[in-house]
Ligand binder design. Structure first.
Ligand code: AHG
Ligand code: MN
Ligand code: MN
Length: 332
Protein backbone atom coordinates (compact mmCIF):
# COMPACT_ATOMS: atom_id res chain seq x y z
CA UNK A 1 0.00 0.00 0.00
CA UNK A 2 1.29 3.45 -0.90
CA UNK A 3 1.09 5.65 2.13
CA UNK A 4 3.88 8.18 1.82
CA UNK A 5 3.24 11.14 4.12
CA UNK A 6 4.59 14.45 2.91
CA UNK A 7 7.14 16.09 5.16
CA UNK A 8 7.19 19.81 5.91
CA UNK A 9 10.50 20.10 4.07
CA UNK A 10 9.02 18.57 0.90
CA UNK A 11 5.90 20.71 1.25
CA UNK A 12 7.89 23.95 1.51
CA UNK A 13 9.84 23.13 -1.67
CA UNK A 14 6.69 22.20 -3.58
CA UNK A 15 4.84 25.37 -2.49
CA UNK A 16 7.67 27.67 -3.47
CA UNK A 17 6.33 27.53 -7.03
CA UNK A 18 3.13 29.29 -5.93
CA UNK A 19 4.91 32.56 -5.28
CA UNK A 20 5.04 35.20 -7.94
CA UNK A 21 8.38 36.65 -6.96
CA UNK A 22 9.71 33.52 -5.37
CA UNK A 23 13.42 33.60 -4.81
CA UNK A 24 13.19 30.85 -2.23
CA UNK A 25 13.77 33.32 0.58
CA UNK A 26 10.40 32.89 2.24
CA UNK A 27 10.91 29.12 2.10
CA UNK A 28 14.26 29.53 3.83
CA UNK A 29 12.65 31.75 6.43
CA UNK A 30 9.91 29.20 7.21
CA UNK A 31 12.68 26.62 7.43
CA UNK A 32 14.54 28.72 10.01
CA UNK A 33 11.38 28.93 12.12
CA UNK A 34 10.81 25.20 11.76
CA UNK A 35 14.33 24.50 13.06
CA UNK A 36 14.23 26.97 15.96
CA UNK A 37 10.85 25.49 16.87
CA UNK A 38 12.42 22.04 17.23
CA UNK A 39 15.06 23.36 19.63
CA UNK A 40 12.43 25.16 21.71
CA UNK A 41 10.24 22.05 21.61
CA UNK A 42 13.10 19.99 23.01
CA UNK A 43 13.57 22.46 25.85
CA UNK A 44 9.84 22.81 26.61
CA UNK A 45 9.42 19.04 26.75
CA UNK A 46 12.08 18.66 29.43
CA UNK A 47 10.95 21.66 31.47
CA UNK A 48 9.56 19.48 34.24
CA UNK A 49 12.79 17.48 34.46
CA UNK A 50 15.52 20.06 34.71
CA UNK A 51 13.66 22.86 36.39
CA UNK A 52 14.85 25.17 33.66
CA UNK A 53 11.95 27.54 34.13
CA UNK A 54 13.20 29.10 37.34
CA UNK A 55 13.86 32.80 37.58
CA UNK A 56 16.39 34.38 35.22
CA UNK A 57 19.96 34.60 36.43
CA UNK A 58 19.80 31.68 38.82
CA UNK A 59 21.83 28.54 38.31
CA UNK A 60 20.27 25.15 37.58
CA UNK A 61 21.52 21.74 38.69
CA UNK A 62 23.93 21.47 35.75
CA UNK A 63 25.53 24.71 36.84
CA UNK A 64 24.41 26.49 33.70
CA UNK A 65 22.72 29.82 33.77
CA UNK A 66 19.05 29.28 34.29
CA UNK A 67 16.72 31.12 31.99
CA UNK A 68 13.04 31.61 31.92
CA UNK A 69 11.73 29.52 29.07
CA UNK A 70 10.26 32.53 27.29
CA UNK A 71 13.67 34.21 27.24
CA UNK A 72 15.22 30.95 26.05
CA UNK A 73 12.68 30.74 23.22
CA UNK A 74 13.17 34.42 22.37
CA UNK A 75 16.95 33.91 22.08
CA UNK A 76 16.62 30.76 19.95
CA UNK A 77 14.30 32.40 17.45
CA UNK A 78 16.39 35.59 17.26
CA UNK A 79 19.49 33.44 16.67
CA UNK A 80 17.86 31.34 13.96
CA UNK A 81 16.39 34.34 12.17
CA UNK A 82 19.38 36.64 12.28
CA UNK A 83 21.82 34.03 11.02
CA UNK A 84 20.20 33.98 7.60
CA UNK A 85 20.50 36.49 4.81
CA UNK A 86 16.77 36.96 4.60
CA UNK A 87 15.49 38.90 7.59
CA UNK A 88 16.23 42.60 8.03
CA UNK A 89 14.35 43.17 11.28
CA UNK A 90 12.73 41.31 14.16
CA UNK A 91 10.34 42.43 16.87
CA UNK A 92 9.50 40.22 19.83
CA UNK A 93 7.00 40.39 22.65
CA UNK A 94 9.98 39.90 24.95
CA UNK A 95 11.88 43.03 23.88
CA UNK A 96 10.82 46.69 24.09
CA UNK A 97 12.37 47.78 20.80
CA UNK A 98 12.76 46.08 17.41
CA UNK A 99 16.05 44.50 16.36
CA UNK A 100 17.84 45.75 13.23
CA UNK A 101 19.75 43.10 11.28
CA UNK A 102 22.62 43.74 8.89
CA UNK A 103 22.54 47.48 9.57
CA UNK A 104 26.23 47.84 8.71
CA UNK A 105 26.06 46.11 5.34
CA UNK A 106 24.79 48.46 2.63
CA UNK A 107 24.68 45.61 0.09
CA UNK A 108 22.32 43.35 1.96
CA UNK A 109 19.17 42.37 0.10
CA UNK A 110 17.15 41.17 3.10
CA UNK A 111 13.53 42.14 2.68
CA UNK A 112 11.51 40.31 5.33
CA UNK A 113 10.64 41.39 8.84
CA UNK A 114 9.44 38.95 11.50
CA UNK A 115 7.33 39.54 14.61
CA UNK A 116 7.15 36.81 17.26
CA UNK A 117 5.57 35.84 20.53
CA UNK A 118 8.35 33.34 21.37
CA UNK A 119 6.39 31.58 24.09
CA UNK A 120 2.67 32.10 24.32
CA UNK A 121 0.87 30.94 27.43
CA UNK A 122 4.11 30.72 29.36
CA UNK A 123 2.35 30.76 32.73
CA UNK A 124 1.01 27.32 31.75
CA UNK A 125 4.46 25.69 31.69
CA UNK A 126 4.66 25.22 35.44
CA UNK A 127 1.48 23.14 35.28
CA UNK A 128 2.31 21.07 32.18
CA UNK A 129 -0.25 22.61 29.86
CA UNK A 130 0.24 23.40 26.14
CA UNK A 131 2.16 26.50 25.14
CA UNK A 132 3.18 27.81 21.73
CA UNK A 133 5.16 30.16 19.52
CA UNK A 134 3.39 32.65 17.23
CA UNK A 135 5.04 34.28 14.20
CA UNK A 136 4.11 36.90 11.64
CA UNK A 137 6.06 37.85 8.48
CA UNK A 138 5.94 41.01 6.34
CA UNK A 139 7.88 42.52 3.49
CA UNK A 140 9.68 45.70 4.57
CA UNK A 141 8.38 49.08 3.40
CA UNK A 142 11.65 51.01 3.58
CA UNK A 143 14.22 50.51 0.81
CA UNK A 144 16.28 47.31 0.76
CA UNK A 145 19.86 47.93 1.88
CA UNK A 146 18.97 50.50 4.55
CA UNK A 147 18.34 49.77 8.24
CA UNK A 148 14.69 48.91 9.01
CA UNK A 149 12.53 51.56 10.64
CA UNK A 150 9.51 51.43 12.97
CA UNK A 151 7.10 51.90 10.04
CA UNK A 152 8.24 48.56 8.61
CA UNK A 153 6.75 46.90 11.69
CA UNK A 154 3.60 49.00 11.96
CA UNK A 155 1.84 47.56 8.91
CA UNK A 156 -1.79 46.44 8.97
CA UNK A 157 -2.16 42.66 9.33
CA UNK A 158 -3.58 42.57 5.79
CA UNK A 159 0.01 42.99 4.53
CA UNK A 160 1.25 39.77 6.13
CA UNK A 161 3.10 37.45 3.76
CA UNK A 162 2.96 34.48 6.12
CA UNK A 163 1.94 33.69 9.68
CA UNK A 164 1.61 30.69 11.91
CA UNK A 165 2.26 29.01 15.20
CA UNK A 166 3.99 26.05 16.73
CA UNK A 167 2.01 24.34 19.47
CA UNK A 168 3.98 22.36 22.04
CA UNK A 169 1.09 20.12 23.05
CA UNK A 170 0.44 16.43 23.49
CA UNK A 171 1.91 16.45 19.99
CA UNK A 172 4.04 19.28 18.67
CA UNK A 173 2.58 20.84 15.55
CA UNK A 174 3.50 23.64 13.19
CA UNK A 175 0.51 25.34 11.58
CA UNK A 176 1.01 28.13 9.05
CA UNK A 177 -0.29 30.03 6.06
CA UNK A 178 1.35 31.91 3.22
CA UNK A 179 -2.02 33.17 2.01
CA UNK A 180 -3.02 29.94 0.27
CA UNK A 181 -4.98 28.24 3.06
CA UNK A 182 -3.75 26.80 6.33
CA UNK A 183 -1.76 23.58 6.72
CA UNK A 184 -0.79 21.71 9.88
CA UNK A 185 2.27 19.49 10.36
CA UNK A 186 2.84 17.12 13.27
CA UNK A 187 6.31 16.46 14.61
CA UNK A 188 7.46 12.86 14.87
CA UNK A 189 9.70 13.32 17.90
CA UNK A 190 11.58 10.07 17.28
CA UNK A 191 13.13 11.33 14.05
CA UNK A 192 12.58 15.09 14.33
CA UNK A 193 10.50 15.39 11.15
CA UNK A 194 7.22 17.24 10.68
CA UNK A 195 4.60 15.48 8.53
CA UNK A 196 1.59 17.05 6.82
CA UNK A 197 -1.16 15.75 9.12
CA UNK A 198 -3.81 18.48 8.74
CA UNK A 199 -3.98 19.67 5.11
CA UNK A 200 -6.21 22.65 4.32
CA UNK A 201 -7.52 23.34 7.82
CA UNK A 202 -10.90 25.10 8.09
CA UNK A 203 -12.94 26.50 10.96
CA UNK A 204 -16.42 24.93 10.92
CA UNK A 205 -18.79 27.78 9.98
CA UNK A 206 -20.78 27.22 13.18
CA UNK A 207 -19.27 26.15 16.46
CA UNK A 208 -20.34 25.12 19.94
CA UNK A 209 -17.39 26.21 22.07
CA UNK A 210 -16.82 29.62 23.63
CA UNK A 211 -13.44 30.44 25.19
CA UNK A 212 -13.14 33.43 27.49
CA UNK A 213 -11.73 34.15 30.95
CA UNK A 214 -15.15 34.31 32.57
CA UNK A 215 -13.66 35.23 35.94
CA UNK A 216 -13.53 38.79 34.64
CA UNK A 217 -17.25 38.75 33.79
CA UNK A 218 -18.15 41.58 36.14
CA UNK A 219 -15.74 43.91 34.29
CA UNK A 220 -16.78 43.02 30.73
CA UNK A 221 -18.59 45.42 28.38
CA UNK A 222 -22.36 44.82 28.25
CA UNK A 223 -22.16 43.33 24.73
CA UNK A 224 -19.81 40.59 25.89
CA UNK A 225 -21.94 39.87 28.99
CA UNK A 226 -24.99 39.53 26.76
CA UNK A 227 -23.14 37.28 24.30
CA UNK A 228 -22.02 35.00 27.15
CA UNK A 229 -25.64 34.75 28.35
CA UNK A 230 -26.63 33.95 24.73
CA UNK A 231 -24.06 31.10 24.68
CA UNK A 232 -25.46 29.76 27.93
CA UNK A 233 -29.15 30.01 27.02
CA UNK A 234 -31.12 26.84 26.34
CA UNK A 235 -32.34 27.13 22.75
CA UNK A 236 -31.79 25.01 19.62
CA UNK A 237 -28.10 23.93 19.70
CA UNK A 238 -27.36 25.89 22.89
CA UNK A 239 -26.07 26.03 25.59
CA UNK A 240 -22.57 25.91 24.12
CA UNK A 241 -19.58 24.34 25.82
CA UNK A 242 -17.11 26.54 27.71
CA UNK A 243 -13.40 25.74 27.20
CA UNK A 244 -10.55 28.05 28.23
CA UNK A 245 -6.94 26.94 28.51
CA UNK A 246 -5.29 30.34 28.88
CA UNK A 247 -2.85 29.72 26.03
CA UNK A 248 -4.16 31.56 22.98
CA UNK A 249 -2.38 29.10 20.69
CA UNK A 250 -4.04 26.09 22.29
CA UNK A 251 -7.49 27.67 22.53
CA UNK A 252 -7.29 28.80 18.87
CA UNK A 253 -6.05 25.39 17.71
CA UNK A 254 -8.88 23.51 19.40
CA UNK A 255 -11.50 25.98 18.17
CA UNK A 256 -10.24 25.79 14.58
CA UNK A 257 -10.57 22.00 14.63
CA UNK A 258 -13.83 21.74 16.57
CA UNK A 259 -15.56 25.06 15.86
CA UNK A 260 -15.66 27.82 18.44
CA UNK A 261 -14.96 31.40 19.38
CA UNK A 262 -12.13 32.90 21.44
CA UNK A 263 -12.78 36.25 23.12
CA UNK A 264 -10.41 38.54 25.03
CA UNK A 265 -12.40 41.76 25.33
CA UNK A 266 -11.48 45.17 26.65
CA UNK A 267 -12.49 45.49 30.29
CA UNK A 268 -12.11 47.92 33.13
CA UNK A 269 -8.64 46.68 34.17
CA UNK A 270 -7.36 46.35 30.59
CA UNK A 271 -8.96 49.20 28.70
CA UNK A 272 -7.85 48.03 25.26
CA UNK A 273 -7.79 44.31 25.98
CA UNK A 274 -4.75 42.21 26.82
CA UNK A 275 -3.59 40.54 23.65
CA UNK A 276 -1.01 42.19 21.45
CA UNK A 277 -2.02 43.22 17.96
CA UNK A 278 1.34 42.57 16.30
CA UNK A 279 2.52 39.37 18.01
CA UNK A 280 -0.76 37.60 18.72
CA UNK A 281 -3.89 39.00 17.08
CA UNK A 282 -2.64 39.73 13.54
CA UNK A 283 -1.05 36.32 12.90
CA UNK A 284 -4.05 34.50 14.40
CA UNK A 285 -6.43 36.70 12.38
CA UNK A 286 -4.57 35.91 9.14
CA UNK A 287 -4.78 32.18 9.93
CA UNK A 288 -8.46 32.51 10.87
CA UNK A 289 -9.41 34.25 7.61
CA UNK A 290 -7.36 31.74 5.60
CA UNK A 291 -9.31 28.97 7.36
CA UNK A 292 -12.72 30.52 6.57
CA UNK A 293 -13.01 31.90 10.11
CA UNK A 294 -13.16 35.49 11.23
CA UNK A 295 -11.24 37.82 13.57
CA UNK A 296 -12.39 41.19 14.83
CA UNK A 297 -11.92 43.64 17.67
CA UNK A 298 -15.66 43.42 18.25
CA UNK A 299 -16.41 45.99 15.56
CA UNK A 300 -14.04 45.72 12.62
CA UNK A 301 -11.60 43.18 11.15
CA UNK A 302 -8.32 42.89 13.08
CA UNK A 303 -6.39 42.80 9.80
CA UNK A 304 -7.60 46.31 8.86
CA UNK A 305 -6.28 48.00 12.01
CA UNK A 306 -3.44 50.46 11.39
CA UNK A 307 -0.98 49.70 14.24
CA UNK A 308 0.27 52.67 16.24
CA UNK A 309 2.91 51.08 18.44
CA UNK A 310 4.88 47.84 18.67
CA UNK A 311 3.24 46.51 21.82
CA UNK A 312 -0.28 47.81 21.18
CA UNK A 313 -3.11 45.74 22.69
CA UNK A 314 -6.54 45.22 21.15
CA UNK A 315 -9.76 43.38 22.05
CA UNK A 316 -9.90 40.06 20.22
CA UNK A 317 -12.88 38.05 18.95
CA UNK A 318 -11.77 35.15 16.77
CA UNK A 319 -13.12 31.87 15.47
CA UNK A 320 -15.99 30.30 13.53
CA UNK A 321 -17.50 32.89 11.20
CA UNK A 322 -21.11 32.70 12.37
CA UNK A 323 -20.09 32.88 16.03
CA UNK A 324 -17.95 36.00 15.52
CA UNK A 325 -20.76 37.58 13.48
CA UNK A 326 -23.14 36.93 16.37
CA UNK A 327 -20.74 38.34 18.99
CA UNK A 328 -20.27 41.49 16.87
CA UNK A 329 -24.04 41.83 16.72
CA UNK A 330 -24.13 41.94 20.53
CA UNK A 331 -21.26 44.46 20.60
CA UNK A 332 -23.17 46.99 18.46
P1 AHG B 1 1.87 35.26 26.98
O1 AHG B 1 2.15 34.02 27.77
O2 AHG B 1 2.59 35.29 25.67
O3 AHG B 1 2.08 36.52 27.79
O4 AHG B 1 0.33 35.25 26.54
C1 AHG B 1 -0.71 34.91 27.42
C2 AHG B 1 -1.99 35.35 26.81
C3 AHG B 1 -2.69 34.34 25.94
O5 AHG B 1 -1.95 33.28 25.48
C4 AHG B 1 -3.82 33.83 26.79
O6 AHG B 1 -4.90 33.46 26.01
C5 AHG B 1 -4.10 34.98 27.69
O7 AHG B 1 -2.90 35.65 27.86
C6 AHG B 1 -4.64 34.53 29.01
O8 AHG B 1 -4.93 35.65 29.77
P2 AHG B 1 -5.75 35.52 31.16
O9 AHG B 1 -4.88 34.76 32.09
O10 AHG B 1 -5.96 36.96 31.55
O11 AHG B 1 -7.05 34.84 30.84
MN1 MN C 1 1.14 35.45 24.17
MN1 MN D 1 4.74 35.29 25.29
Amino acid sequence: MHNHKQTLGEFIIEKQKEFKYSSGELSKLINAIRLAGKVVNHEVKKAGLVDIFGSSGETNIQGEDQQKLDIFAHNKFIQALSNREIVCGIASEEEDDFIVINSNDKNHQNKYIVLIDPLDGSSNIDVNVSVGTIFSIYRRKSPVGSPVVLEDFLQPGRNQVAAGYIIYGTSTMMVYTTGHGVNGFTLNPAIGTYYLSHPNMKFPEDGHIYSINEGNYIHFPQGVKDYIKYCQAEFEDRPYTSRYIGSLVADFHRNMIKGGIYIYPEYSKAKTGKLRLLYECNPMAFLAEQADGKASDGRKPILDIQPESLHQRVPFFCGSKNMVDKAEEFMR
